[in-house]
Design a protein around this ligand. Structure first.
Ligand code: FAD
Ligand code: SF4
Ligand code: SF4
Ligand code: SF4
Length: 411
C-alpha cells in the first residue's frame, strides 16, 4: 500500500486512484492546494497495485530524442491562437479526422483546470493553449483505456508525469495510442490560482465601489465581475507577441450589453501569478525532483517553445510562435511527417540551450517557505510574493555593510 510521507514523491497523476480495485483511494487537497492520495486502510486489501502503477516509484530511463525539429503551423490564425508553434492543434485535428479521441486540459466552469476529451474539431478549441495550473486528471486514464480497447485512436497530451502515469496505469503498449508531453517547467498550485482569481475579482469590485463612492449601492447592484475568458499566452491583443506574451483576463461588461471587456492585462513578467510560477515559488513539491523529464515520460513526441531560436535561426522566427518537436518513437515520426507544418531539423543542444527544463528540474527557491508562511497567514498573493522575494536579513545586512564601507573608503 502506498504511503506518501514525502510530498516530493507524488506528482498527483491519479494513476493509483484509478487502478485501485477496491476504490479506496481518494485525492484530497493539502494546505498548499495540491491533490494527494489518501487511502481508506479499512477497505484496502494490500494488493500493491497502487505502488505498481506509480510513475514516481517506477521511473523509466532517460532517452535522447531520435530527431529534433523547429516547427510552425502554416495556418497563422491557429498559430496565433496557440501558445507556441501551434503543433498541438495540427496533431489533434489529424486524430479527430481519423475518427479518434483527443485528451487535453481545459478550464472548467469555475476557471479551474481539468483534463477531458474531445471528439470533434469544435471540442478541440478549449484544449488549445497552456494553462499554467496543475490540471485534475480525474478518471481520464480509465476513459483512455476504454477507448483503446474499443479500437479508437487516442491522443493524450499532458505534463511529462501525467504521460508517465498514463503509461504505468495502462501497463501495456497500444498501437492506437499516441502520447505527447511538453517541456515542463513545473505546475503551479490550483489553491493559489483559486485565491488569485478571488483577489482580482474582489479588487475590481472594490475599485468600482470607490468609483461611485457617493452612491450607496445595494449588494445586488454592485459590479461583481464575471470572468468570460483567460489567456495565459496572449500574442496579439495589447501589442503582445510570442516572446513578450501577455496574461489577459476577460469579463462580461454589464455596461456594454454583456460584451466582453478586458478585466486584467499585463505582460507575463509583471503579473503576480506568473511571477510566482516563473520564480518557482508556487510549484508542486515533486517538480523540484521531477520523475519524468529527459525523455523518461515514455511519450512519442515532446513539444515546447523554441526559446532562443532567434540566436540560431533568426530567419525562422517571426515572433508569432515557433515550436520545437522532439521525436522519440517511430509512431511519433510518422504522425509528425503527416501534418501540414513548416519545419527544419535542428541540433538537440540548440533546442535545449534556453530551455533546460527539458532535462533538469528547477531548484527550490530560498523564498518558497516565506511565500507559504505569508499565504497561510492570510496575506494576498502580491504581498506574499513581495515578502518571499525580499533578500533575507543577513543578505540585507551584508549589502548595507558593503555600502557603508564603500562610502567610508571614498571619504
Ligand atoms: C504547466 C506548463 C509548463 C510548461 N513549461 C514549459 C517550459 O518550461 N518550456 C517550454 O518550452 N514549454 C513549456 N510548456 C509548454 C508550452 O507552454 C506549450 O504548451 C507547448 O509549447 C505547446 O504549444 P502549442 O502551440 O503546440 O500547443 P497549445 O495549443 O499551446 O497546446 C497546449 C497543449 O497542452 C495542454 N495543456 C494546457 N495546459 C495544461 C496543463 N495545465 N496540464 C496539462 N496539459 C495542459 C493542452 O490541452 C494542449 O494539448 C509548459 C506548459 C504547461 C501547461
Ligand atoms: S494496496 Fe490495493 S487495495 Fe490497497 S489502496 Fe493500494 S490498490 Fe487499493
Ligand atoms: S504519483 Fe500518482 S500514482 Fe504515485 S502516489 Fe501520487 S497520485 Fe498516486
Ligand atoms: S515538472 Fe515534472 S513533476 Fe512537475 S508537473 Fe512537470 S512533469 Fe510533473
Amino acid at each position: 500500500m502506498l504511503q506518501i510521507t514525502d510530498k516530493s514523491k507524488c506528482c498527483g497523476c491519479n494513476a493509483c486512484v484509478q487502478r485501485c480495485p477496491k476504490q479506496c483511494i481518494e485525492m484530497h487537497d493539502d494546505k498548499e492546494g495540491f491533490l494527494y492520495p489518501v487511502i481508506d486502510t479499512a477497505v484496502c486489501i494490500d494488493c500493491g497495485l497502487c505502488e505498481k502503477v506509480c510513475p514516481v516509484l517506477n521511473q523509466n530511463n532517460a532517452r535522447k530524442p531520435l530527431q529534433v525539429f523547429a516547427a510552425k503551423n502554416k495556418n497563422e490564425i491557429q498559430r496565433l491562437h496557440s501558445s507556441s508553434g501551434g503543433i498541438f492543434i495540427l496533431l489533434a485535428e489529424q486524430i479527430i479526422q481519423n475518427g479518434g479521441v483527443v485528451f487535453g486540459a481545459r478550464f472548467d466552469k469555475n476557471w479551474e483546470v481539468e483534463h477531458c476529451y474531445a471528439e470533434t474539431i469544435e471540442e478541440l478549441q478549449p484544449l488549445m493553449r497552456s494553462k499554467y495550473v496543475q490540471s485534475r486528471i480525474a478518471n481520464t486514464y480509465k476513459e483512455v483505456e476504454s477507448f483503446l480497447k474499443h479500437g479508437r485512436q487516442v491522443l493524450f497530451v499532458g505534463t511529462s508525469c501525467q504521460i508517465a502515469g498514463l503509461h504505468k496505469f495502462l501497463r501495456k503498449d497500444y498501437d492506437n495510442l499516441l502520447t505527447v508531453d511538453f517541456i515542463c517547467h513545473g505546475v503551479p498550485s490550483p489553491g493559489v490560482w483559486r485565491k488569485y482569481l478571488e483577489e482580482i475579482i474582489s479588487d475590481k469590485s472594490s475599485r468600482s465601489e470607490v468609483a461611485g463612492k457617493n452612491t450607496v449601492l445595494p449588494f445586488s447592484l454592485k459590479s461583481v465581475p464575471v470572468i468570460t475568458g483567460i489567456n495565459f499566452r496572449e500574442k496579439q491583443l495589447g501589442g503582445y507577441r510570442w516572446k513578450k506574451y501577455g496574461f489577459v483576463v476577460h469579463e462580461k461588461s454589464p455596461s456594454e450589453g454583456d460584451q466582453n471587456t478586458v478585466l486584467l492585462s499585463t505582460v507575463f513578467n509583471e503579473n503576480d501569478f506568473m511571477r510566482g510560477f516563473l520564480f518557482n515559488l508556487i510549484l508542486r513539491p515533486s517538480c523540484y525532483s521531477c520523475p519524468a523529464k529527459d525523455g523518461k515520460s515514455g511519450s512519442d513526441l515532446t513539444i515546447a517553445d523554441f526559446w532562443g531560436i532567434n540566436n540560431f535561426y533568426p530567419e525562422f522566427d517571426d515572433d508569432k510562435g515557433v515550436g520545437v518537436v522532439f521525436v522519440h518513437t517511430e509512431k511519433g515520426k510518422s504522425i509528425f511527417s503527416s501534418i501540414e507544418v513548416e519545419y527544419m531539423e535542428v541540433q538537440y543542444d540548440e533546442a535545449v540551450r534556453a530551455n533546460s527544463s527539458y532535462y533538469k528540474s528547477v531548484s527550490i527557491p530560498v523564498g518558497r517557505i516565506k511565500f507559504w508562511k505569508n499565504f497561510h497567514n492570510g496575506k494576498t498573493i502580491s504581498e506574499s510574493l513581495k515578502k518571499a522575494m525580499l533578500p533575507s536579513f543577513s543578505i540585507r545586512m551584508k549589502i548595507k555593510i558593503k555600502s557603508i564601507l564603500k562610502n567610508f573608503i571614498k571619504r
